[in-house]
Design a protein around this ligand. Structure first.
Ligand SMILES: *Cc1c(COP(=O)(O)O)cnc(C)c1O
Length: 369
């Protein structure tokens, strides 16, 4: 049998190798000039006034929540259909993630459900641009609360008003894990509109140190959530290749739409509405309700195609059930999607032949050849 087709694979070339070697030879591997260069290039790419490089998307979300004033006993309204990090950071900051159901088409936070979940204890809204599709920001902004955007899957996306995701002013956090649109191995970026917010994030990523303070003097408590110069050098090259890599992901998505059209009961990622643009990150399909999802994943693996459940509902994970008493039935849209959705292989260098193999394997798995 041919090589199994992997779910994701980073696109790394000679320019990336060269950039990393240069840092290694420079002798300055951290707290060097590449950090600021990467931040500036990234901020200008998404039209954000400021950006702070951090060690992961999760670290960025945590710092963004702190900078937005979230603390002990607060509630943060967020989506249960996300990578677990967006809820975990609320708990880490001793707040309660209050879930609200998602829109059945875009799979992002349903603004009416979010509004209904707001209480007197709510101090922030944390929408997730899931699978790269931008959440509906305007109705959320009308709630008048601080917002932190989980944009970790949405580099290159555009909001309904045509602006680039990341450039709305409130903190928007991106992630650079190896399957994201650009990667630094591990890493993240917090885009903000306010210089004081950037200063606080820069301080808290670096043990609470102020920029003008002497070595080992600290004005507040902080973490080590810094990103190394090695990672930033990689990020600078990846960012310069972003348009090319997004175009490649779009091409792969188009091939999937063509190859999977007309399969009965299969739901493909929604098309862009109006000015909204998905920043292609994963290709997630919802299997027909009659299909046992985990068996389908095993069958696809036998046919040489990697896939995985994507994403499980956060409120039904063991920790969240136990700590917050969540049960099935609370968020029916999210639960229906989460029980049937799988991510298919998706990365810039996926060939049309490989996409054809995936589509044929899925048709066979669903008995629709
Ligand atoms: C990738 C991702 C994150 C952050 O992940 P890290 O691995 O910490 O960089 C957060 N939220 C979502 C929705 C993600 O996909």
């Amino acid at each position: 049998m041919a090589e199994p087709i992997p779910l994701a694979r980073p696109s790394i070339g000679e320019a990336e190798e060269q950039a990393v070697i240069e840092v290694l030879r420079s002798g300055q591997l951290s707290l060097g000039p590449r950090v600021g260069s990467f931040e500036q290039a990234f901020a200008s790419r998404v039209n954000a006034p400021y950006a702070s490089a951090v060690s992961s998307g999760t670290a960025g979300l945590q710092l963004a929540l702190r900078a937005s004033g979230v603390s002990d006993g607060d509630e943060v309204v967020t989506s249960p259909l996300s990578f677990v990090a967006s809820a975990n950071v609320c708990v880490m900051e001793r707040a309660t993630p209050v879930f609200a159901d998602v829109d059945a088409v875009t799979l992002t936070l349903d603004p009416d459900a979010a509004a209904a979940a707001v209480t007197q204890r709510t101090t922030a809204i944390l929408p997730v641009h899931i699978f790269g599709y931008p959440a509906s920001m305007e109705p959320l902004e009308e709630l008048g609360l601080p917002i932190v955007e989980d944009a970790c899957e949405a580099l290159g996306a555009r909001y309904a008003d045509g602006r680039t995701v990341g450039g709305r002013g409130h903190p928007a956090v991106f992630g650079f894990y190896a399957n994201k649109q650009i990667t630094t191995g591990e890493g993240g970026m917090v885009c903000v509109g306010d210089q004081e917010v950037k200063q606080r994030i820069d301080s808290e990523r670096n043990q609470g140190r102020a920029p003008d303070m002497d070595w080992l003097d600290h004005e507040r408590l902080g973490f080590n959530f810094r990103l190394s110069d090695i990672a930033c050098a990689l990020g600078i090259v990846q960012l310069a290749r972003l348009d090319e890599m997004i175009a490649a992901r779009q091409r792969v998505a188009q091939l999937y739409y063509e190859g999977l059209g007309g399969i009965e009961g299969l739901t493909l990622p929604c098309a862009d509405r109006g000015e909204e643009r998905r920043g292609w990150f994963v290709f997630v399909v919802q299997l027909p309700q009659t299909v046992e999802r985990d068996a389908a994943i095993r069958r696809l693996a036998e046919l040489g195609v990697q896939s995985k459940p994507y994403l499980p509902a956060i409120h039904l994970m063991a920790y969240y059930r136990e700590k917050f008493g969540h049960r099935e039935g609370e968020f029916p849209v999210c639960e229906a999607v989460a029980s049937q959705s799988i991510a298919l292989p998706f990365f810039p260098e996926l060939t049309s032949g490989q996409v054809e193999r995936v589509c044929a394997a899925l048709r066979e798995t669903l008995g629709q050849t």
